[in-house]
Design a protein. Structure first.
Length: 246
């Protein structure tokens, strides 16, 4: 269970998206508007894109709670760069935001894609959020669609326009979000009658045996007693000659 004070992945991602839009030319990406005012950002489908666009997209996926950086070593013979991802809150950054756990389908067109990013924590349609105990209430969503193509209808001066985007792309909207969806009493009663099937990791072929071995544990060293100094000059002397930080 997470603490009561939780960062909003949608709020943090919104700032990153604004910065991406401001740097669209430098990132070689395209930005357009949909019928509900949503921003459609092509990060490398029809746009050229690049490494920096991909790096920023990774940080958007993690809801602004992670940092993506390039290194000069990848360990691969034909690729000079590596990627390092860090986060102070990896559970929320990865499971509540980045994880592509939202299936998006349209039977009429045959479209299939996976949705990731902070919008998942607003919809909370996945059972995973019951375990995380994480809720986001920010009024603006950022959804990263991972698929081949996406068709989005947007409002223009002459009416409606349907745009087809190559994936990956970022789609954002800020209208009519977080509308409450209440289950009807008959559906609640039907849900109670449905059997609950319990599964184990072995049923899915997953091996959960421990792979880490604890060699030893040690207590941290005790903190040394403080020293009262009589002057600023004495403080500077200790920082310079004893601590070596000046």
């Amino acid at each position: 269970m997470q603490s009561a004070i939780q960062p909003s992945v949608s709020a943090r991602a919104a700032k990153l998206v604004d910065a991406i839009v401001a740097d669209a030319d430098a990132l070689r990406i395209s930005v357009s508007r949909g019928e509900h005012g949503e921003r459609l950002i092509d990060m490398g489908g029809k746009s050229i894109g690049g490494l920096e666009a991909g790096r920023r997209l990774g940080e958007v996926c993690m809801g602004g709670l992670g940092t993506v950086a390039f290194t000069q070593s990848s360990g691969l013979a034909n690729w000079p760069l590596g990627v390092v991802v860090t986060s102070n809150d990896p559970v929320i950054a990865c499971l509540a935001s980045q994880y592509a756990g939202w299936t998006i389908t349209d039977e009429a067109s045959g479209f299939f894609a996976l949705g990731s990013g902070p919008a998942r924590s607003l919809s909370r349609v996945e059972d995973l959020f019951k375990e995380l105990g994480y809720v986001d209430h920010y009024p603006q969503a950022t959804l990263v669609i991972e698929g081949d193509k996406a068709k989005v209808t947007r409002e223009v001066d002459g009416g409606l326009q349907t745009v087809e985007l190559n994936m990956p792309a970022i789609v954002t909207t800020d209208l009519r979000l977080n509308q409450p969806r209440y289950a009807s009493l008959p559906n609640i009663m039907k849900a109670k009658k449905k059997p609950l099937e319990e599964k184990t990791p072995a049923d899915f072929g997953a091996d959960v045996k421990p792979r880490l071995k604890i060699l030893r544990t040690e207590e941290p060293g005790g903190r040394k007693a403080g020293v009262k100094l009589k002057s600023v000059a004495e403080l500077v002397d200790k920082l310079k000659n004893e601590a070596g930080v000046l």
